[in-house]
Design a binder for this molecule. Structure first.
Ligand code: IMP
Ligand code: MG
Length: 179
């Protein structure tokens, strides 16, 4: 499919599934060597990261507990700037390497809130993995340790990412066509 329509908008194919697969595999290779021997807790940020995390984690051999947090900041295609915590942290993070798995870092506000919450649990270190990163939209300075794709400041759907609730199940990533 070269383009899809969701609600009132049209999205065109941007990153095909095969390309995503290659990049996820490359990230897993890097993580397998960087995380070896560490006491890990993988923290998956719902909802958007669920597909990325399931592919990535199945390719990571370093054992660790897997936990989920859920935050929400987006309304339709605009960041509201406000972050709500819907599912909190219910694991022991103290002295662990916490590996945050995100679908996309846009303004970085969500990540910033999450980092503050995670730090309160006194982990040994925090590493951030994000499939997508929008450097032009990023308003913070904390380094994103592992990035799948650096993309322009456009709105995308698919591979877990949604537009107003739909589009998450698309296997490719699509970009909003501005009308
Ligand atoms: P931030 O707080 O502005 O970095 O936004 C982070 C959250 O907004 C992500 O975890 C996504 O849920 C959502 N988001 C940001 N950009 C997009 C996009 O292009 N498509 C779909 N959701 C997005
Ligand atoms: Mg997200």
């Amino acid at each position: 499919m070269e383009s899809v329509s969701i609600h009132d908008k049209i999205f065109r194919l941007n990153i095909p599934a095969e390309k995503i697969r290659q990049v996820v595999s490359g990230l897993a290779t890097k993580l397998n060597s960087d995380l070896a021997g560490k006491d890990i807790l993988y923290l998956v940020v719902l909802n958007g990261a669920f597909i990325f995390a399931s592919d990535l984690l199945r390719a990571i051999r370093v054992p660790g507990r897997i936990s989920f947090v859920r935050l929400a900041s987006y309304e339709k295609t605009n960041s509201t700037g406000k972050v709500r915590e819907l599912i909190g942290i219910h694991e022991v993070l103290e002295d662990k390497t916490v590996v945050i798995i995100e679908d996309v870092v846009d303004s970085g506000n969500t990540l910033q809130e999450l980092l503050q919450a995670v730090r309160r649990h006194k982990p040994a270190e925090i590493r951030i993995v994000s499939l997508l990163f929008k450097p032009d939209a990023y308003e913070h300075s904390h380094k994103i340790d592992y990035v799948g794709f650096r993309i322009p400041n456009d709105f995308v759907v698919g591979y877990g990412l949604d537009y107003d609730g739909l589009g998450r199940q698309l296997k490719d990533i699509y970009t909003l066509v501005e009308s």
